[in-house]
Design a protein around this ligand. Structure first.
Ligand code: ADP
Ligand code: MG
Length: 722
């Protein structure tokens, strides 16, 4: 890196010819053209085969293996008609990335000729050489084999890149002994557990026609765009996805002039390109806008079934990155690419429902629906209170630590925001017995007296990590670069558990002959009495809340080192085992993998901090010092003395910079830790603060050194030059 390269980058960015805007294609003409949709299957499959498959998808039931061969043949013909020569089982290892193994349709015959072949067997099951995927010791203790298996509920599609067309089949990834090695398997299991418990509750509420209950997800993806010329001159962006150094520019986001502002033209051309690809893949991109920080944007699709939404979310991240490259950008999905301006999150909007009863978190406008809604909402409140620490653990990563609790994103304390209206309703229910006991008991608070909900509760609370937003909950602590699967698994699982508790309680009371609404209110009162502490409508960033939360006994797990060990709690292990979502072995392997990722990420960053400080920053500082020193000497030769303040400041900052670099180096050389937990704490409490110290010095030097010697693209350039 050098100043010359930086100047060259600036001129490359300003002189570039932007890709010309395209006339957007008509939505109907491109929608889902690259997806092997149900309607395409219906058109080409025998009736009975289609029915069987459709049934599996609708009910998340078992796949009739005899249909696989017929489906595979049809799928292959369709893919070949789209130009595909290869197919790939797509799976989601524990890295947040998407993995794919490509195989050709080619099959060599005994006479040396070739045909295209794709059998039911290879559609249903694959065996990627998965030995280098993180598994937390699972396969070391069992076997090296990993299998992928077709997830019928997520449609197959073709992916077109400049390198050809590939048929992509979403799959789960499991070990030889059947343990989940991926993010999809537990999501499917958690959905099944939730469906089972929700169905029980609905039955007890008197419904007889109950379709499979599914969770839904709409995820709002925030991201930054930086011109590739700048990014390529920033080793930190290339290796870690964030800037390890960088002085805040005089203008940041303080004017709020970027949020919802006019989208820069170059960015809009990029966005349209992304959207067209997403539409072809059947991904319902719906919302786009500038975000709060300069250079920050958001894309949000319309919500879908959680499993499909999760696969689509992975595709959105892939396509954002790939398309950005084409447009000369680098798309940063890191949670905190730039210090001093907002980081990026991924709000996960989540609800549960089915075609027969609708959205079960919709208050509706009839009292009967209210009853059902209150029961489901109460189950969420209970779950979040009991397992708030799990919700914190599933968003714990080295990168998300920069956001959570840093006074911009939701705090690390998990609480629920209900909105004033709903909070009042729950308080009334809680107070019911006491208040009304004088005149006839809480049963007077019968269904009819419940208020009719207004769908949109009006006010919003941006500081809450878990907010009710009219007909769903919005989990806001999720990181922008994360798979949404972990958070969805956690939400589905705690809801499954709470609904089972609810069903048990309800069943017992109904068996005693207690009237339905009375039974429901007894349950809701208990929920409020036990779990009201998790409800909070105030400012989640404030000091008072931190104090109050502590008084209420809500955990404040500030760093990943604090939060991840929650996965080892007996209560969490029991929760996952009871609901059938993860076995203790699977859960432990996840802890191992995530702990290792945390430690490794911080290790990489720390090493880079050291090398950039030594080889890029310090040399620039020395050059400047030498310039200044010779100027001062020359001037004093002709009798002019000038103030040595800058020289002294740069000299002492440089000195102190190198001292801190040494401290960080020796801190990094410590390797013996008694446990993963101890190693994580060391990273959080020793390594990170030392990295921050180095950064302080570098950023101070950036404010002193002559701009024509500064070697790295600056925040000002990266955030404002498009
Ligand atoms: P905001 O920025 O105001 O929070 P957006 O419109 O950006 O809202 O995103 C809201 C997201 O919530 C969208 O993806 C939307 O489809 C999704 N959503 C709406 N209803 C549901 C629901 N019932 N379940 C899950 N997600 C939902
Ligand atoms: Mg939004």
């Amino acid at each position: 890196m050098s100043h010359e390269l930086r100047v060259k980058a600036i001129s490359q960015v300003t002189d570039r010819t932007p890709l010309p805007p395209k006339v957007p294609a008509r939505l109907e003409a491109i929608w889902a053209t690259d997806v092997f949709t149900l309607s395409k299957m219906q058109a080409c499959l025998p009736k009975d085969v289609f029915k069987s498959l459709q049934n599996t998808i609708k009910t998340s039931g078992k796949l009739d293996i005899s249909v696989a061969g017929v489906v595979a043949a049809a799928m292959k013909d369709w893919a070949i008609s789209k130009g595909a020569l290869y197919y790939a089982h797509i799976f989601y290892p524990l890295t947040n990335a998407t993995a794919e193994k490509h195989d050709g349709f080619i099959s060599v015959q005994s006479d040396g000729s070739v045909i295209s072949e794709f059998t039911g067997k290879v559609l249903v099951q694959g065996e990627p050489d998965g030995s280098s995927f993180p598994n937390g010791g699972l396969r070391a203790t069992n076997a090296a084999r990993g299998y992928t298996a077709w997830d019928v509920t997520s449609p197959a599609y073709v992916m077109e890149t400049d390198n050809g067309v590939t048929l992509c089949i979403p799959t789960v990834f499991v070990s030889w002994t059947g343990e989940a090695l991926d993010k999809k398997t537990p999501l499917l299991r958690s959905n099944a557990a939730m469906n089972k418990a929700a169905t029980r509750v609905l039955k007890l509420l008197g419904y007889t026609d109950i379709a499979t209950v599914n969770s839904s997800c709409g995820a709002e993806q925030e991201y930054f765009l930086v011109d590739a010329h700048f990014a390529h001159n920033r080793p930190d962006l290339l290796l870690t996805g964030r800037t390890l150094f960088g002085k805040s520019p005089a203008k940041g986001q303080q004017f709020d002039d970027h949020y919802f502002g006019a989208i820069p033209e170059r960015v809009q051309v990029f966005m349209q390109d992304v959207e067209e690809k997403l539409y072809r893949l059947g991904i319902p991109a719906k919302t786009r806008h500038n975000e709060v920080a300069p250079g920050q944007f958001e894309i949000a699709p319309f919500f879908e079934a959680a499993n499909v939404a999760s696969d689509h979310q992975q595709l959105i991240m892939t396509i954002l990155k790939a398309t950005a490259k084409k447009h000369g950008f680098v798309c940063l999905l890191h949670e905190k690419p730039f210090a001093g301006v907002n980081g990026s999150g991924k709000h996960v909007n989540w609800s549960v429902g089915n075609p027969t009863q609708g959205n079960l978190l919709d208050p509706g406008d009839t009292p009967h629906k209210n009853l059902q809604f209150l029961l489901f909402c109460g189950a969420v409140i209970r779950g979040v209170h009991r397992y708030g620490s799990l919700l914190r653990a599933v968003v714990a990563t080295a990168s998300n630590d920069h956001r959570l609790g840093a006074n911009e994103a939701p705090p690390a304390i998990i609480s629920v925001y209900l909105g004033t209206q709903l909070e009042e309703v729950f308080e009334q229910i809680a107070a019911g017995e006491v208040k009304d006991s004088a005149h006839g008991g809480f049963m007077d608070l019968g269904v009819d007296t419940l208020p009719i909900f207004i769908k949109d509760p009006g006010d919003r609370n941006r500081t809450s990590p878990f907010a009710f937003t009219g007909n769903r909950f919005e989990f806001r602590a999720v990181g922008s670069g994360q798979s949404v699967s972990g958070p969805l698994v956690a939400m589905n699982t705690i809801l499954a558990d709470s609904l089972t508790w609810t069903a048990d309680k309800l069943e017992a009371q109904l068996n005693q002959g207690i009237e339905l609404s009375a039974a429901v209110f007894t349950i809701l009162k208990e929920v409020m009495n036990e779990h009201r502490a998790v409800i909070f409508g105030g400012d989640g960033y404030s000091e008072e809340w931190h104090k109050l939360a502590e008084e209420r006994g809500l955990p404040n797990l500030r760093t990943t080192a604090d939060a991840l060990p929650v996965l080892k709690d007996a209560a969490i292990e029991e929760l996952f085992e009871r609901t059938g979502v993860l076995t203790p072995v699977e859960l432990e392997s996840r802890f191992d993998v995530y702990a290792e990722q945390y430690v490794q990420m911080i290790g990489v960053e720390a090493k880079l901090v050291i090398s950039m400080a030594k080889t890029i920053i310090y040399p620039a500082a020395m050059r400047y010092l030498s310039d200044l020193a010779s100027t001062i000497a020359n001037l004093s030769g002709i009798g002019i003395t000038i103030d040595k303040e800058t020289v002294e400041k740069v000299a002492s900052l440089s000195q102190s910079l190198m001292e801190n670099v040494s401290k960080l180096s020796s801190a990094l050389s410590l390797h013996d830790f008694e446990s993963a937990e101890a190693h994580m704490q060391y990273c959080a409490q020793t390594i990170r603060p030392l990295m921050d110290k180095v950064r302080e010095h570098v950023d101070a030097l950036e404010g002193e050194i002559a701009d024509d010697l500064w070697p790295l693209p600056t925040y000002q350039e990266m955030l404002f030059v498009k």
